[in-house]
Design a binder for this molecule. Structure first.
Ligand SMILES: Nc1ncnc2c1ncn2[C@@H]1O[C@H](COP(=O)(O)OP(=O)(O)OP(=O)(O)O)[C@@H](O)[C@H]1O
Length: 910
């Protein structure tokens, strides 16, 4: 849809909400006409769809078109009935709630076509099951019903609700038709250009000879007065003979057996016969019946005995069973009977269809209802039937106002935007005028009908004047100004409906003291068709209907007739203007335009208009809302022109949006070239990237295969992988080789393929380390090692503390061999030298004596008292204990000096 904003000059605006002069009826019509001339018959008012009958086949209903609209956001594509059907379906699926699609318009405006298109769309787009297929067939033919050509089929009510049932998975599993306000008057009277119900013509024109004979009918419509009233019996575009076959077929699809069908045709025939019953007035004006052939046929084919017609209460003060006498009354009763018979047949038929489409699945369902209703009916003078239809429209407008304002308010609340009061006309005052208990028109009418005493049309009108004479929406001759009086008869009253004025006639032609028109129709409509008039005088089914509708989400389709003569391409301004007015489209637009004309999610808005601002082009990396704020600031939006919600931007006037759109259009051209280059560059990049990925996939595949066969002998599959493994291991090994010959544990574990090689490498490395070590050894270290070797021979495995001593080097300064030799020599020579190993001597009693020195010679060892160092002799008293921190070292050195390694006897633990 945004895409088409740019085409608005040629094809107009796709959504009336974006009409800047939204209160101008002329602008509204201009837009409709502009679009109609381009064969664009659909236009939105928000989510409401306006459809103008093109009276020609348009190539917009193909399977391809359906596919385009499936699952696409409402505003992304040009307006279409499929977009509406699809969005209703998807909203139902995501929110698991019920919906209804309200289709309204005058006779011939395209309501039936619209509901057919919706049903066909669901038939194609919903998930399919066997059960569903049969229900679909029935739903499609049950429109039969109204199914062929313009005008009424077998059934045409002013209001029909077809419920389409779906499982929670979205399968259509059942259907149900509710019918309100059957347009029964069409049976006995058709307006100019209208036909009676198609079925009459189809039966007469298409019925088989045998059947017609059986029903007492002749194959000529001209013979039946109910069919020739407006010389419209033969409409060239309608082929009654063919349609008759379709009807017969449809009846069998929806489970009608032969006896049902016979019964149905019998009743249709009886209505035609009844229409031909002629009365004549005798000298007193009473009706007489000269010929009763027709009546006999009526009783033969339909089992109705018309002359025992039971008249309802309003016929008081006469008895309950009344023989009609006055000519007017007789004709009226005959027509009333015909309508009643047809009406009841209609109810029976709808029930049968519903039985056949009943959903037999017990699981939870959601529903999309198709509600088909006449728009406001406005004739020169209107009867109770129009009153009911118009009241119904009035109620539906109330519903629309309530639901639309509610959902607007909810959206504002959810988006954190303050609600602003809306200027629109609330028609509740008119609904109250009609329906209020004890005070409304229907209550007054009901009281009049039921009260004892003589009720006349005039008393009824007087009562109305008495009760509501001062009401601003009620006008009678008595309570009107001079100018209005000229247009209003005394027997009429006028209601100022939300869509315009309608004048209703109360007083019947005969006016023989009885409120003919109103009371009879009232009783038939309320009592027989709409519910029980004794408990609630209002058309109770309508009240029930509004309750049903209130519990569902609404979608609206408004159908307009482009011209009266059904000509393709002709747009009759006056006719369309009239319908726009009486369908309340301007009022609708006003409510829709209550606050902001346009709203979009930040991401979408930014995506489209980001080229208009350097900060957001080519990419906005931050939060979308902040990007939009930067964008609109750059575009110079005034604070009053827009509001920032939680997830959406709201723009008050279409002109702001269009200015942005125009700027975008200019910018787009500039960007065009850049984009082309960018596209090429991206193409090259994409191709490169593709090649890279393909290569990567190949390598990864090979690698995985190699990994899987890594334990096996080298093959072409795993050779690369094994080479990789080898290289990898050797690289790691290189960095992690053991550093000392003593390190026996840190050699890396090799992969299976390198086990042998690793062992060889390990040996080599060890050898290398040993060689290096040996090469680096000094003479001193060598001597030390030799000493250590002797220590090892003496102590290894015999002394617990030996292993700890291995790493401690012997220190020459402590006691060297040379040292000892020197000292010993000195002792021998001059007895002055002391030896520096401190020892402890214990006396006999085990007491520790003073520290002594140990003196060694080649043949003997002496312990010398430190104080008597010069004493040569050694007193052999007690044992000597060598007290030394480096026992292994001392004893080793001693043994080397003494050259008696075996003399050292090691006792474990000492
Ligand atoms: N979308 C459409 N495309 C083409 N032709 C259409 C379209 N809608 C309606 N028509 C034509 O207009 C005729 C009348 O339409 P339709 O029968 O749907 O009117 P209606 O509003 O249901 O009338 P009624 O209330 O009298 O039954 C159709 O037979 C068809 O020829």
């Amino acid at each position: 849809m945004e895409g088409a904003l740019t085409a608005r000059d040629r094809v107009g605006i796709q959504d009336f909400v974006l009409l800047d002069t939204h209160t101008s009826e002329t602008a509204f019509l201009g837009n409709l006409k502009k679009r109609f001339s381009e064969d664009l018959i659909y236009t939105y008012i928000g989510t409401l769809l306006v459809s103008v009958n093109p009276y020609k086949e348009l190539d917009i209903y193909s399977k391809k078109q359906m596919d385009i609209y499936m699952g696409v956001n409402f505003f992304e594509l040009p307006p279409h009935i499929y977009a509406l059907a699809d969005n209703a379906y998807h909203t139902m699926m995501t929110e698991a709630n019920n919906h209804f699609i309200l289709i309204s318009g005058e006779s011939g405006a395209g309501k039936t076509e619209a509901s057919k298109k919706i049903l066909q769309y669901y038939a194609v787009s919903c998930p399919s099951t066997t059960l569903l297929d049969s229900v679909r067939d029935r739903m499609l033919v049950s429109n039969p019903v109204r199914f062929v050509n313009s005008g009424p089929g077998l059934v045409s009510s002013s209001l029909r609700l077809i419920d389409h049932m779906f499982t929670l998975q979205g399968d259509a599993v059942g259907g149900h038709i509710l019918s309100y306000l059957l347009e029964k008057s069409r049976v006995v009277h058709q307006n100019h250009g209208e036909r009676n119900f198609h079925i009459f013509y189809q039966l007469v024109e298409g019925g088989e000879e045998d059947l017609l004979h059986q029903l007492g009918l002749e194959s000529n419509c001209q013979h039946y007065s109910y069919l020739v009233q407006d010389e419209c019996a033969n409409v060239t575009s309608i082929n009654d003979k063919n349609d008759w076959k379709t009807v017969r077929n449809a009846l069998s699809v929806i489970d009608f057996d032969e006896s049902d069908i016979q019964h149905l045709f019998g009743i249709i025939a009886s209505v035609l016969h009844l229409g031909n019953v002629q009365f004549e007035a005798d000298s007193k004006g009473y009706a007489t019946l000269n010929k009763n052939t027709e009546l006999r046929w009526v009783s033969t084919v339909s089992l109705v005995i018309p002359w025992t017609l039971r008249m309802p209460k309003p016929w008081r003060p006469q008895s309950a069973y009344t023989l009609l006498t006055l000519l007017d009354h007789a004709i009226y009763a005959r027509n009333a009977l015909a309508k009643a018979i047809y009406g009841r047949t209609f109810t029976w038929l709808v029930n049968k269809i519903n039985d056949s489409m009943e959903n037999k699945e017990p699981s939870r369902k959601t529903v999309i209802g198709l509600l088909d209703i006449y728009g406001f009916e406005v004739f020169y003078v209107n009867s109770f039937e129009q009153f009911c239809i118009n009241y119904c429209n009035e109620k539906l407008q109330q519903l629309f106002i309530q639901l639309t304002l509610k959902s607007e308010q909810e959206e504002y609340e959810a988006e954190g935007i303050g609600w602003e009061p809306v200027q629109f006309f609330n028609n509740k005052i008119i609904c109250d005028l009609v329906e209020e208990k004890h005070r409304g028109i229907i209550s007054v009418l009901d009281e009049e009908c039921l009260r004892p005493g003589e009720a006349t049309d005039f008393t009824f009108l007087e009562k109305l004047e008495e009760k509501m004479g001062s009401h601003p929406h009620f006008i009678t001759h008595k309570f009107s100004d001079k100018k209005t009086r000229k247009t209003l008869d005394r027997g009429n009253f006028r209601l100022l409906h939300y869509a315009g004025e309608v004048t209703y006639g109360v007083v019947g032609k005969g006016s023989h003291g009885l409120s003919l028109l109103w009371t009879i129709i009232h009783v038939y409509l309320t009592d027989k068709l709409l519910g029980d008039s004794t408990t609630d005088p209002r058309p109770s089914s309508l009240l029930g209907l509004t309750d049903i509708l209130m519990s569902k989400e609404p979608w609206y389709v408004r159908c307009l007739k482009s011209n009266e003569s059904k000509q393709p391409g002709r747009f009759d301004d006056v006719l369309v203007r009239h319908q726009v007015k009486y369908l309340g489209l301007m009022e609708h637009l006003r409510v829709r335009r209550a606050g902001f004309a346009y709203r979009r999610r930040y991401e979408l808005f930014l995506q489209r208009y980001k080229p208009l601002c350097p900060a957001t082009w080519p990419h906005w990396r931050g939060v979308a809302a902040e990007g939009v704020e930067a964008l609109v600031q750059h575009l110079g939006y005034l604070p009053d022109e827009y509001k920032m919600g939680r997830t959406k931007i709201f723009i008050r006037h279409p002109r702001t949006l269009f200015a942005t759109e125009d700027a975008f259009e200019v910018c787009k051209h500039k960007l065009g070239k850049a984009t082309k280059i960018e596209t090429c560059w991206r193409g090259v990049q994409a191709r490169k990237e593709k090649e890279r990925r393909q290569w990567a996939v190949k390598v990864i595949k090979k690698f995985i295969k190699g990994y899987m066969t890594r334990g096996e002998a080298k093959t072409t599959d795993n050779s690369e992988y094994l080479a990789f493994v080898r290289q990898n291991y050797l690289n790691r090994l290189k960095d992690n080789l053991p550093k000392t010959v003593l390190d026996k544990s840190s050699w890396l574990t090799p992969p299976p393929v390198l086990t042998e090689a690793s062992a060889i490498l390990r040996q080599l490395h060890m050898r290398l380390m040993v060689t290096r070590y040996v090469r680096g050894i000094t003479a001193q270290q060598k001597a030390q090692l030799q000493l250590k070797g002797i220590t090892s021979v003496i102590f290894k495995g015999k002394k617990d503390s030996y292993p700890q001593s291995v790493s401690q080097p012997f220190v020459d300064t402590r006691i060297s061999e040379q040292d000892i030799n020197m000292k010993v020599l000195q002792i021998i020579r001059n007895e002055r030298i002391k030896y520096s190993i401190p020892v402890v001597k214990y006396d006999r009693n085990g007491f520790k004596a003073r520290p002594r020195q140990l003196i060694l010679t080649q043949t003997a060892a002496y312990v010398v008292d430190e104080a008597k160092i010069k004493q040569k002799a050694l007193e052999h008293v007690g044992d000597l204990v060598i007290q030394c921190d480096h026992l292994f070292e001392v004893l080793t050195k001693l043994s080397v000096v003494a050259n008696k390694q075996s003399a050292i006897n090691v006792v474990q633990g000492r």
